[in-house]
Design a protein. Structure first.
Length: 107
């Protein structure tokens, strides 16, 4: 299961509006990288790939590939906007450790 907060859903809607593809969805995947070994990758895609798990988060489609799904199953994605920071925040129950810079994790 993948969950987007109201704030994250609205942020994705704004991005979709800017890209000019009203049917686009958010891809969330995990890739090798960073100090702790894994990092999140986000992007907009017009269609899911074969084998993707597709979630509907209040009208926003979220695509997750089969390799990433076990690592992010149960994730809650939020979007924060403060004076010092703006971006997506991940609350992933499968994370064991996070690097000191907060950009990568181990599962």
């Amino acid at each position: 299961m993948v969950e987007l907060s109201d704030s994250a859903t609205e942020a994705v809607r704004r991005l979709i509006g800017k890209c000019g593809q009203p049917d686009a969805g958010l891809r969330i995947m995990v890739d090798q990288g960073g100090c702790s070994g894994l990092q999140y990758l986000l992007g907009l895609e017009s269609e899911p790939a074969a084998g993707d798990e597709i979630y509907d988060c209040d009208g926003v489609r979220v695509f997750v590939d089969p390799e990433s799904l076990p690592i992010i199953d149960g994730i809650k994605v939020d979007f924060v906007e403060t004076v010092g920071r703006s971006g997506f925040v991940f609350n992933n129950p499968n994370v064991r450790d996070v690097c000191s810079c907060g950009k990568s994790f181990g599962a």
